[in-house]
Design a protein around this ligand. Sequence first.
Ligand code: NAD
Length: 356
Amino acid sequence: MTKSYKIGIIKGDGIGPEIVDEAIKVLDAVSVAQGCNLKYTEMLLGGAAIDETGIPLPDETIQGVNKCDAVLFGAIGGPKWDNLERHLRPETGLLGLRKAMGTFANLRPATVYDELVNASTLKPGVVEGVDLMVVRELTGGIYFGQPRELHEEKAFNTMIYTREEVRRIAEVAFEIAMKRQKRICSVDKANVLEVSQFWRETVEEVAKEYPEVELTHMYVDNAAMQLIREPKQFDVILTGNIFGDILSDAASMLSGSIGLLPSASTGRGVGLFEPIHGSAPDIAGQGIANPLATISSASMMLRHALGESKAADKIDDAIKKALKEGYRTGDIADYDAKEVVTCSEMGDIIAEYASK
Ligand code: NAD
């Protein structure tokens, strides 16, 4: 029986529409081949929403996403909207959307494609074969903790986690680890912070429910060093909001180009799947953006939100094949390119390979 899914599409601003169109092209090709049916509903966010409705996050978008099985998103923002008041800016719309969707888990894989080992700023021997996943808690910790105050002579924030907040993000990490190499490194600062001691104890509790998964702990300062020294030692990194913010950006640079890396923000409800980069206004409309991060995000959506791992594998394999054959967009053209292609041509190639 053909399975049918409702997919919310938010193209956004800058290169958003170009890269999302290529991801839809690939999703269409793979879903036909794998016998599932994707129905798309387009929604507005960011600058595009401001131009159309006057605000960055219209009610229709909040209501719309909750009727979907998953949402694929490009990127928002650009100089046109930079001088608006904070509450009217595109970025405020995105933060509001994530909050409204309750996406507490941010998943950021860092994969280094064999063909692009030279694109990294680290030595090829260090990054070759890297395949890790950072699972970052996204809606708690010091970014949201109360009280928070700014005074003339002092300021403070509060790093707070409840047992439920740690449990649910740990469960996400353990479920992911079960489908990978079954190794989790939980990163904290338990030698200094009580909240980290609590984090560690709670993660240990959850670990008892997953006896097959090997759990280790690491202090965040050491983890930052180890990520650069020997990134291949990691499978899944589980961490809180602020540590994850920093470590996931460091991990993303292992791969060489910001145009390659996807992300997923998931929770109890609908998940949001998006490239890690922004709307790249400097190259928008030129047809030269790299669509691979968004196409990979579509693959994560199939795997994590819809349970269509076979279709996701097809996309991941198609990306590897295209890179192996030497197809490169401009951002990675310096690394063993046989043919430099446009955003749309890269989409065509991946769609063709993924449909086989
Ligand atoms: P950016 O990620 O948009 O661009 C940084 C650099 O990387 C640019 O030189 C750009 O051309 C290049 N780049 C990014 N994606 C690329 C791709 N797919 N292919 C090839 N090159 C690519 O970051 P920025 O310039 O700091 O921000 C631009 C706008 O994006 C701002 O308005 C910012 O607020 C917004 N932004 C949005 C998101 C989001 O929507 N999630 C995230 C970050 C930034």
